[in-house]
Design a protein around this ligand. Sequence first.
Ligand code: C2E
Ligand code: MG
Ligand code: MG
Ligand code: MG
Length: 279
Amino acid sequence: LAKERGKNNYQFYTLEMTERSMERLTIERGLRHALVHDELRLHYQPQVDTDSGLIIGAEALLRWHHPEWGLVYPDRFIAVAEETGLIVPIGAWVLHTACLQAKTWLEQKGPFKCVAVNVSPRQFVESNLFETIKQTLAETGLPPDALELEITESAVMQDPENTLRVLQQLQALGVRLSIDDFGTGYSSLTYLRRFPVQSVKIDRSFVMDLPNDEGSKTLVRAIIALAHELKLHVVAEGVETDAQFSFLKTQQCDALQGYMFSKPLEPQQLKIGITTAEF
Ligand code: C2E
Ligand code: MG
Ligand code: MG
Ligand code: MG
């Protein structure tokens, strides 16, 4: 029986693998097409200043408007884009588009501070990320401190020396750097000390079970205290409820992002400077 089941499992796996590699191929081809035919879009999720309740920034989140599949979310294509290297041209498009958008928000003279852009490990390794960013800022006229790059600990882990070098160049240029999904990777503390970042984003998995789960409470308190001790700005992601909000406010988390305030929006829907009460 065990043998039979093993055999079936094997067949099941190979079938699944074939289907997966075909899907990957379809996505890869689709992405190449998307880049040329202008099917990519950015949505922006407001970042809210905890004390004032004002929208002070936004995270750019990639969307793919596929002519047949409809709106496709990054979880379905970012991994393929990374593996194929397509994330390099896609990432350059994201940077350019987000900087152009941020420029218009900055010109509105409100409390808008910066746009946050996610950057993949591959963009550090494979492209001259520093030059791309420098050029993008020059082309769009966006001041460097109005751009924040979100990097994950895994990005740093893949090639710490190279990543550190690029981050130092970017810091010297005046770009802001943030560690995304903080707490989910390895060696967080080491990198906090070594890398020139200005902020950390507490991962949604820690925010999710606030304020009832003791473990999450302890962790979030500790992350905020540690970050503040290191003079870092703290953003919480995935804030969905009033109870999470008031816990984070009590703990003096600096900024908040989540469905409680707003889902990611099309750029024209986002009104910088209004308070959360006006949503
Ligand atoms: P992330 O950078 O951690 O972004 C946060 C994700 O959580 C977004 O998903 C956002 O829509 C979602 N989110 C925000 N608030 C809430 C909430 O209150 N509840 C829940 N359940 N979810 C919330 P999204 O847009 O699907 O993006 C997923 C991931 O894809 C991002 O995670 C990021 O790692 C990656 N990604 C998105 N855009 C880009 C991009 O332009 N370049 C790269 N390299 N990666 C990107
Ligand atoms: Mg992010
Ligand atoms: Mg995140
Ligand atoms: Mg995340």
